[in-house]
Design a protein around this ligand. Structure first.
Ligand SMILES: *[C@@H]1O[C@H](CO)[C@@H](O)[C@H](O)[C@H]1NC(C)=O
Ligand SMILES: *[C@@H]1O[C@H](CO)[C@@H](O)[C@H](O)[C@H]1NC(C)=O
Ligand SMILES: *[C@@H]1O[C@H](CO)[C@@H](O)[C@H](O)[C@H]1NC(C)=O
Ligand SMILES: *[C@@H]1O[C@H](CO)[C@@H](O)[C@H](O)[C@H]1NC(C)=O
Ligand SMILES: *[C@@H]1O[C@H](CO)[C@@H](O)[C@H](O)[C@H]1NC(C)=O
Ligand SMILES: *[C@@H]1O[C@H](CO)[C@@H](O)[C@H](O)[C@H]1NC(C)=O
Ligand SMILES: *[C@@H]1O[C@H](CO)[C@@H](O)[C@H](O)[C@H]1NC(C)=O
Ligand SMILES: *[C@@H]1O[C@H](CO)[C@@H](O)[C@H](O)[C@H]1NC(C)=O
Ligand SMILES: *[C@@H]1O[C@H](CO)[C@@H](O)[C@H](O)[C@H]1NC(C)=O
Ligand SMILES: *[C@@H]1O[C@H](CO)[C@@H](O)[C@H](O)[C@H]1NC(C)=O
Ligand SMILES: *[C@@H]1O[C@H](CO)[C@@H](O)[C@H](O)[C@H]1NC(C)=O
Length: 519
């Protein structure tokens, strides 16, 4: 009797193992309104709708597959059409028909289909994380594994003749295709930046060299990743950050994702989430070892966005903005930086540049390539002055008497301590008052947050708070007088302050404060 009682749980366990699918019959459907999803027999993977935003009036969902038993429910697949995420408003419905999967909105218009020209008899969510459609002979006619997004799972492979690839997603929260791709080219496996949003490849930043004989890129059930060649040889990725590890697929979930940053990373997560210690996804190994220096192209921004510089920290690329620049989208570290101010050129600019700008000095980063001037020999001072007085120049880099002048946007930024002769001169607006722009708080007083890596160098003997204050005072008074006298419309209220400044001649500005000038 005792033996029998012990046997029952064992039998149930074996039964669960042998049940490879959770079948989904023809005409079954899921709606954004109901909470249920199609789960694999083990309950580890689910297929269904995931909420994308929290706008109560206009909720949007995506069709996805995710890990259902881990706290963060990481998404491993999402429905895309032409590299764009298929988004479904409230009331949309997914159905399995004899033509395959069909996603329609509440008025019956098609949003997405698994394009097929065969007859489907049922679907199944497998324990491997693969959602499949079967024909009457129980053959797979469609698989989520053969329509990968940014993630590979154990037992999923990319085959050279299926013309499949991995595309990173655009941001952590935007699942549309992003700026990096893993793909086959000439029988090798490459990682390249894309000329987003097109599919044109820029020069690759990592190659798994299969001597032109690659037939598939395999993530096997044990968690090993390699390229299989036409003669069956296995070629593993090379590099110090891609070690040969001891794998434990029974204890851990594995996934391999082409991250938003362009790094191809294998992660592990304990299957038993009640084990207190190591929670969440852990980086096991990744390619390339240093993406910040591996991407080096005439086109494109690099791993970080434009005007941003990249460094490796805790095995991840981190993006930083130069002094006077800030993230374009604070929620997307890889989205690039923009100057806090306007770099003005053209007839409008009558104020001498040294009254508008200063050159900040930094030493620990670089923006190689994309220069528009290379001047030699030049001293530090000549290099700074040259950039300051050139309205096109946003930054200048001096290395051993060579001055490279740079215009926006800047690409290939990387943290780099080159040598003692390396200087970065960043052109920024001189007075903090001039940062004022609509919808923008004035930045904190310069003294409140001093960065000792970047020190201001004051240029011109005229510059001081006295002059700046008098400019501002004179501007306000002048504006009032000017407005009374003439009907001229000030173009672009957004640049009111700047525009008014330009109404002064340099001579007027040089007069002592308090002496008001009527033009
Ligand atoms: C699921 O479908 C497969 C293939 O048609 C079939 O062999 C299996 O018996 C079905 N399983 C269940 C539980 O219905
Ligand atoms: C599915 O729906 C179609 C059309 O409504 C119907 O002809 C067919 O019998 C249904 N199949 C099943 C298995 O319910
Ligand atoms: C939406 O808001 C609810 C409650 O405010 C929260 O529980 C949920 O996690 C949010 N979902 C998303 C996708 O942000
Ligand atoms: C469904 O999609 C069609 C075509 O895109 C659109 O015209 C219609 O307004 C949508 N209906 C709803 C309820 O979103
Ligand atoms: C792994 O994939 C192969 C086909 O690529 C399939 O035949 C096999 O059953 C899969 N193994 C498991 C455990 O799902
Ligand atoms: C994702 O990015 C694309 C491309 O910029 C944009 O069209 C789309 O609206 C974004 N989606 C979401 C949900 O933000
Ligand atoms: C298989 O192909 C690889 C690369 O093309 C080659 O180096 C290797 O010698 C071949 N192995 C066999 C057994 O033919
Ligand atoms: C890596 O490990 C696999 C088995 O886990 C073994 O077959 C292979 O030879 C190892 N490769 C190296 C370079 O040590
Ligand atoms: C998960 O880990 C906890 C704590 O170590 C242990 O008590 C429990 O038996 C484990 N569960 C499984 C299914 O292994
Ligand atoms: C879950 O996701 C959030 C937001 O993406 C992240 O901050 C947190 O560290 C994650 N938790 C785990 C355990 O991975
Ligand atoms: C640039 O703008 C950002 C955000 O508005 C601010 O945090 C930062 O301090 C500004 N930098 C300078 C030098 O003003």
């Amino acid at each position: 009797m005792a033996t029998l009682l012990l046997l029952i749980p064992t039998l149930i366990y074996l039964h669960h193992l042998s049940l490879a699918f959770a079948n989904v019959s023809l005409n079954s459907s899921l709606s954004t309104d109901d909470k249920h999803a199609w789960r694999s027999p083990s309950g580890e993977f689910a297929f269904g709708f995931r909420l994308l935003n929290n706008d109560t009036n206009h909720k949007l969902y995506m069709l996805a597959i995710w890990y259902d038993k881990i706290p963060n429910q990481t998404v491993v697949w999402s429905a895309k059409a032409d590299n764009t995420l298929a988004t479904a408003p409230t009331g949309s419905r997914l159905q399995i028909t004899s033509q395959g999967l069909s996603l329609k909105n509440s008025t019956g218009d098609s949003i997405w289909t698994s394009t097929l020209d065969v007859i489907v008899s049922q679907g199944a969510m497998l324990d491997t994380g693969n959602f499949v459609l079967l024909n009457g002979n129980s053959e797979y006619v469609w698989q989520s594994f053969q329509n990968p997004t940014d993630t590979l799972l154990p037992n999923q492979s990319l085959n050279v003749d299926e013309k499949v690839y991995l595309n990173s997603r655009l941001t952590d929260t935007n699942y549309s295709s992003g700026r990096f791709q893993l793909y086959f080219q000439d029988g090798n496996v490459l990682l390249s930046p894309l000329a987003w949003p097109s599919q044109l490849h820029y020069n690759s930043y990592n190659v798994i060299d299969a001597s032109g004989a690659a037939s598939s890129f395999v993530f096997d059930i044990s968690g090993d990743i390699y390229v299989e060649t036409t003669n069956g040889t296995r070629i593993r990725p090379q590099g110090s950050t891609w070690g040969n590890l001891t794998l434990d697929p029974k204890g851990y979930y594995y996934r391999a994702t082409l991250d938003v940053s362009g790094v191809f990373t294998q992660y592990s997560h304990p299957r038993n989430t009640s084990t207190g210690s190591q929670q969440g996804w852990t980086i096991m190994r990744y390619l390339p070892g240093n993406i910040c220096s591996a991407i080096y192209n005439d086109y494109g921004s690099g791993s970080c966005g434009y005007n941003s510089y990249c460094s490796m920290q805790s095995q991840r690329p981190i993006c930083n903005c130069p002094y006077g620049y800030s993230m374009i989208d604070p929620s997307n570290e890889f989205g690039g930086c923009q100057p806090n101010f306007t770099l003005a050129c053209g007839q409008d600019v009558q104020t001498p540049p040294q009254e508008l700008y200063e050159m900040r000095v930094a030493r620990d980063f670089n923006f190689p390539l994309g220069d528009y001037e290379k001047i030699q020999p030049f001293t530090q001072d000549e290099c700074q002055q040259s950039c300051l007085h050139d309205c096109m120049c946003a930054m200048a880099i001096l290395g051993d008497k060579t001055c490279w002048k740079k215009r926006l946007p800047l690409g290939n930024g990387r943290a780099e301590k080159v040598n003692d002769l390396h200087f970065v001169f960043i052109k920024t607006r001189l007075s903090r008052d001039l940062y004022l722009a609509p919808n923008r708080e004035p930045p904190p007083a310069p003294d409140s947050k001093k960065d000792d890596r970047e020190k201001p160098i004051l240029l011109g003997s005229l510059i001081g708070s006295l002059v700046v204050n008098s400019i501002l005072l004179a501007t306000v008074v002048f504006f009032i007088l000017f407005k009374k006298k003439s009907e001229r419309v000030v173009p672009g209220a957004a640049s009111l302050l700047e525009t008014n400044l330009h109404c002064f001649s340099y001579e007027a500005l040089k007069r002592p404060p308090g002496v008001l000038v009527k033009n």
